[in-house]
Design a protein around this ligand. Structure first.
Ligand SMILES: Cc1ncc(COP(=O)(O)O)c(C=O)c1O
Length: 241
């Protein structure tokens, strides 16, 4: 049974998984499987049809990863997290999830070089998603670069290598007004929650980017999320389409 504790020290150890109900072993098992047995063909059809939640195939989900993802989501106050193999994969997934060829997104110029390269050379030149770099020292630059095809804003909490704190609250507010979610790479500051020593005691709404979440235009399938290290975190403020 997952822990009911509110303490971060306990959550990092026990959120998402407490012990195996049969053996009472506390270490998270490493499930070395690609496949899962279905109860019957209806069960398989429901899983593949997304009518029922469960394990289908390890490329899509895995019970070991699921514990890690749930743990990160609880610690960060999100509704869900997705673990990926690298930070660049998390950045790519986060933007590509809501941005298609022909769309654009606005990124802070204070950016890790690899991400700059990913946005400019890979996503813009080969995938057709336009990146618009703006100087974050004036948050209004994000608004000025926004148009009807802008799908998200992107920034780093503590940019690598500049370490100039990004104005999250200001840009998130502009995003709420413009209907554009803010994606934050939180690599340099792993837990962002503020206002309490306990992540759970501080509701997700206390996160400035979360607070910025609000009404979405129907055609935007978007949410504020953070590729924190190798995680794409969904704080739950922008409902999926
Ligand atoms: C801020 C930031 N974001 C993303 C990355 C990329 O992470 P990874 O090397 O895991 O792809 C780095 C790597 O140094 C980084 O500093």
């Amino acid at each position: 049974m997952p822990t009911k504790s509110q303490h971060p020290e306990t959550l990092v150890l026990h959120a998402g998984y407490r012990s195996d109900p049969t053996t009472t072993a506390v270490a998270v098992p490493i499930y070395q499987t690609t496949s899962y047995q279905f109860r019957d063909s209806k069960h398989a059809a429901d899983l593949f049809g997304l009518a029922e939640f469960g394990n289908i195939y390890s490329r899509i989900m895995n019970p070991t990863n699921a514990v890690l993802e749930e743990r990160v989501a609880v610690i960060e106050g999100g509704v869900a997290a997705l673990a990926l193999a690298s930070g660049q994969a998390a950045s790519l997934f986060a933007v590509q999830n809501i941005c298609q060829a022909g769309d654009n997104f606005v990124s802070s110029t204070d950016l890790y070089g690899g991400t700059w390269n990913l946005f400019l050379n890979t996503m813009m030149k080969t995938m057709g998603m336009e990146v618009r770099f703006v100087d974050p020292s004036d948050p209004e630059n994000f608004r000025r670069a926004t148009d009807a095809r802008t799908r998200c804003y992107y920034a780093e909490t503590l940019p690598n290598p500049k370490l100039e704190v990004f104005p999250i609250a200001e840009v998130a507010k502009i995003g709420r007004e413009e209907g554009v979610p803010l994606i934050v790479d939180n690599t340099a500051a792993p837990v962002l929650r503020t206002g309490s020593s306990s992540p759970r005691a501080a509701p997700p709404a206390t996160h400035p980017a979360r607070r910025a979440g609000g009404r979405r235009t129907a055609r935007r399938r978007s949410f504020d999320c953070r590729p924190a290290s190798s995680f794409s975190l969904h704080p739950g403020c922008f409902p999926a389409r």
